[in-house]
Structures are given as structure tokens and as C-alpha cells.
Ligand binder design. Structure first.
Ligand SMILES: CC(C)(COP(=O)(O)OP(=O)(O)OC[C@H]1O[C@@H](n2cnc3c(N)ncnc32)[C@H](O)[C@@H]1OP(=O)(O)O)[C@@H](O)C(=O)NCCC(=O)NCCS
Length: 142
């Protein structure tokens, strides 16, 4: 019989520290980013949260919203460390971010994201629908 206690998690309604952000992106399989990008980007978000594993004190999940506070809101950086996936943490992060928009933004907020395959069912459960073919996501890296 296992004697290990069930993992408990705490949601923090702020972005993760820079080191944790870089690790969360890289280890969850998102494109790795440079420290200078994280340092410039994290303070510029509209909302963010991360989830800490109480056993280790380490951030294991995160998500952010960038936006204008009026009606444009874009969900980014949805990431859960592989060892902590499929425990509802992605759902907790997205629920927190959407609740924040519902609470603080004027009615009619337009919430978008770029849906990589691993997140599509999660996003669909929260009401996101595909915008193609009328509107295709496009990107440009400078
Ligand atoms: C996408 C991602 C953030 C989802 O995080 P997550 O914590 O695994 O998400 P959840 O646990 O809330 O939900 C994922 C699945 O686990 C299931 N689940 C939730 N709790 C569970 C539990 N206790 N036991 C078993 N399954 C569970 C959910 O029902 C869901 O199933 P489905 O998607 O097959 O319908 C995560 O997979 C990830 O970081 N992927 C790599 C990075 C990435 O691609 N990010 C998205 C960029 S758009």
C-alpha cells in the first residue's frame, strides 16, 4: 500500500517567476524562449496565474492573458509540466483566466488563442470554437 500523500496544488493569481516560466515552456514542449523575452513579457500581461505543487514549492502549471482590457483578450502560455498533466490543472488555470475576464472586462469580450493539438479538447470544453475558414490565425516571427 502506498504511503505517499496525494499531491496538493495551490493556484497563485500572478505570472510565475522568470526561471519557472522558461522551464514550464521548455519542459511542456512549447517553443523555448530567452530570458530577455520572459523578463520583458511577463510584466506586460493583462492576467496570469500559475499553480504550485505544495510538496516541492515548484510551479508546475501556468497560463496568461494578454489584452487591452476593453474587448481583446488572448490566452497564451498554457502549459502544465508533463508529470502533472491530466489532473485538471490546465482546467483550473483556464477557468481562473476566463473568470477574471468575465469579472473585470466589459461584456462582449472577444477571447482568442492559438490552439495547439494538446489543448484543443480543453478549450472546446470551455466554449472556444474554431474561427476558420472565415478567419484564419496567422503569425510572423521577427
Ligand atoms: C494542454 C495542457 C495545458 C492541458 O493541461 P492538463 O493539466 O493536462 O489539462 P486537464 O488535466 O485540465 O485536462 C486534460 C485532460 O485530462 C483529463 N483529466 C482531468 N483530470 C483528470 C484526472 N484526475 N484523471 C484523469 N484524467 C483527468 C481531462 O478530462 C482532460 O481530458 P481530455 O482533454 O482528453 O478531454 C497540457 O497538456 C500541456 O501543457 N501540453 C503541452 C503544452 C501545450 O501544448 N500547451 C497548449 C498550447 S495551445
Amino acid at each position: 500500500m502506498s504511503t505517499s500523500a496525494p499531491t496538493s496544488y495551490r493556484l497563485v493569481p500572478d505570472p510565475p517567476p522568470v526561471d519557472a516560466y522558461l522551464r514550464l515552456r521548455a519542459e511542456s514542449g512549447l517553443s523555448p524562449k530567452k530570458r530577455e523575452q520572459a523578463e520583458a513579457g511577463l510584466p506586460g500581461g493583462w492576467a496570469a496565474c500559475h499553480i504550485v505543487d505544495e510538496a516541492t514549492g515548484e510551479p508546475v502549471a501556468m497560463g496568461r492573458v494578454i489584452g487591452d482590457g476593453g474587448w481583446y483578450f488572448h490566452v497564451v502560455d498554457m502549459a502544465v509540466l508533463p508529470g502533472h498533466q491530466r489532473r485538471g490543472l490546465g482546467d483550473r488555470v483556464l477557468t481562473h483566466l476566463l473568470d477574471t475576464i468575465r469579472r473585470e472586462a466589459p461584456a462582449g469580450a472577444w477571447v482568442t488563442l492559438m490552439a495547439d493539438a494538446p489543448g484543443r479538447r480543453l478549450y472546446a470544453r470551455h466554449g472556444f470554437t474554431e474561427t476558420a475558414p472565415e478567419s484564419l490565425g496567422m503569425g510572423l516571427t521577427l
